[in-house]
Design a protein around this ligand. Structure first.
Ligand SMILES: [Zn+2]
Length: 98
């Protein structure tokens, strides 16, 4: 029943916890250890280069066409209730981002 999936960004992995047996609640939920919040979070990206393309209109005004953001620094995750630093959960956060 175990299926191996290959993620282009990671090696083959087998999660022993998932094989071991049933879990009473979703094991992937992030819960703030400080206040118990498991609903609202925010992410802070440092050193972001934001490039915006514009087209100049006949009257000289500009209209934005597209945004391109490039994160060069650290990305941190915080609890939105108590602002506790949850960056150690950030990898899981990214995995569960749809
Ligand atoms: Zn919290």
């Amino acid at each position: 029943m175990t299926t191996l999936t290959k993620n282009s960004e990671s090696k083959f992995t087998i999660n022993q916890a998932q094989i071991a047996g049933p879990v009473t609640r979703p094991s992937g939920r992030i819960v703030c250890p400080e206040c118990g919040n498991d609903l609202l979070f925010y992410e802070v990206a440092e050193d972001v280069t934001l490039t915006t393309s514009y087209i100049q209109n006949p009257d000289g005004s500009f209209t934005p066409q597209s945004d391109d953001s490039r994160i060069l620094g650290v990305v941190k995750l915080y609890c939105a209730e108590c602002n506790h630093d949850l960056t150690r959960f950030h990898n899981r956060f990214v995995e569960m981002l749809f």
